[in-house]
Design a protein around this ligand. Structure first.
Ligand SMILES: Nc1ncnc2c1ncn2[C@@H]1O[C@H](COP(=O)(O)OP(=O)(O)OP(=O)(O)O)[C@@H](O)[C@H]1O
Length: 417
């Protein structure tokens, strides 16, 4: 049978691709062999639909909704030129945005080439964007402290330094993000900030008006005082400045809609712990300690500050719980045993509410290496003893529903007269 023979149906023309109109091209007819040729005509609507799938990497919303598409021009032969507004001129995401736009528009049927030009928003446009993202309220509020906020906030505390508080914070955050949660970390350890390095977040925050866009790494948004200080300069601030910095991290940073926010507190019971209690009274405390009895006593003191601030203690994580012998797998209790349980029991007694031990993390060289390289062990070696223990804890904390019942409102009832 000869296709297209008289009396027989010929091959049907290809079905149009989404977003493409079919038209007869005169040019094709002129140069053709007398048969009508169907070609794709790119429409602006189709290109804009494709651009609506491109999220700004920092704000995580479609660039079309953010007023970032300045113009779309369709040239002859399917060439498309798109001009995109960056929020600020030195935007560190310019290459990512260009690539995302190019990829999305290239996927539109009939497009033969994409040219992306970058422009920068005017002050007025930036103001409008900032207002559209978080309203026009003059008084900046901490979104996580608002009634009805569904973000679970965990403040990670320890009695003394070096017990692995930051390592635990970073790994819990990365594990929860890998489980599909939207996670942010505030490095509130102002003097000993180490979270960005451990998380591999080497980007700088972008500022749009008075709003700060946090860099993200391994799926986690992160902000740290280290991102604002030149080089490795030490931070020498007193209480009120620390409070102001924390307030800015919580209120001026555009976090978007987070499932979980982790705050890495400085060790001990200092000003920041009190500021957290004031700024986010519904934050729950997660206490990290080592198995050592002496460390346990200090950790218990750090945790019991929650009684004074009316905060809930979600549990205790015991870190550095033994070292598996590399030769015989026998556990060597480098820092003794029982510290985590001791803290949990003590805090249960002090607070009058059950405080569980959420997990024990062994000493693991891979955890330390991952911290140095910015590649959390829960992602690089999730099956390792430390990785598995951290993932289990992340599962417990990430899976909890945030309800308002039982949460502290940060208020002290007045005595009845
Ligand atoms: N389970 C572990 N196995 C091996 N190394 C660990 C473990 N936990 C933490 N470390 C290492 O111990 C050191 C201290 O950890 P980390 O910085 O997390 O403690 P920290 O309590 O946050 O300290 P600081 O309060 O001083 O910031 C880091 O080098 C880290 O990689």
């Amino acid at each position: 049978m000869i296709p297209g023979a008289p009396g027989r149906p010929g091959p049907s023309p290809p079905a149009p691709r989404p977003g493409v109109t079919k038209a007869t091209a005169d040019a094709a007819l002129r140069g053709g062999i007398g048969r009508r040729t169907i070609v794709d005509m790119v429409t602006e609507d189709a290109v804009r639909d494709a651009l609506a799938t491109v999220n700004d990497p920092e704000i995580n919303k479609p660039i079309t909704d953010l007023g970032m598409v300045k113009s779309v021009e369709i040239g002859s032969g399917g060439a498309v030129a798109v001009t995109v507004y960056l929020t600020v001129s030195g935007c560190p995401m310019r290459e990512t945005i260009t690539q995302r736009v190019t990829d999305a528009v290239t996927g539109v049927g009939g497009v033969t080439g994409v040219e992306v030009t970058l422009d920068v928003m005017s002050d007025e446009q930036r103001r409008e964007l900032a207002a559209s993202l978080r309203g026009t309220t003059a008084e900046r509020e901490v979104p996580f402290a608002k009634p009805g906020s569904l973000t679970r906030v965990y403040a990670v505390a320890s009695g003394k330094g070096g017990v692995g508080k930051s390592s635990v914070t970073v790994n819990l955050a990365a594990a929860m993000a890998a489980d599909g949660l939207k996670v942010g970390v505030v490095d509130a350890d102002i003097y000993g900030h180490s979270v960005p390095r451990m998380l591999g977040a080497d980007g700088r925050p972008t500022q749009v008006e008075n709003m700060i866009m946090p860099p993200s790494a391994n799926g986690v948004k992160v902000i740290s005082i280290g991102m604002f200080t030149p080089g490795n300069a030490p931070v020498v601030w007193r209480g009120p400045m620390l409070h102001r910095a924390l307030q800015q991290f919580l209120a001026d940073v555009y976090w978007g809609d987070l499932d979980v926010l982790l705050l890495d507190l400085p060790p001990g019971t200092g000003d920041i712990a009190i500021s957290v209690a004031q700024l986010v009274p519904n934050a729950e405390i997660l206490v990290v300690t080592t198995p050592q009895q002496a460390a346990a006593e200090v950790a218990e003191r750090a945790g019991s500050i929650a009684v004074q601030t009316h905060q809930k203690i979600v549990g205790v994580v015991e870190n550095m719980s033994g070292l598996p012998c590399p030769h015989c797998d026998e556990m060597v209790d480098v820092f003794g045993t029982g510290g985590g349980q001791l803290v949990a029991d003590g805090l249960t007694k002090t607070t009058g509410a059950p405080v569980p031990v959420l997990g024990q993390i062994p000493i693991d060289v891979r955890l330390r290496e991952g911290g140095d390289d910015g590649r959390p062990v829960v992602l690089t070696d999730p099956g390792s003893p430390a990785g598995a223990a951290l993932r289990a804890i992340a599962g417990k904390l990430g899976g909890r529903q945030r309800g308002l019942s039982g949460m502290s409102l940060g208020i002290t009832p007045r005595n009845k007269f």
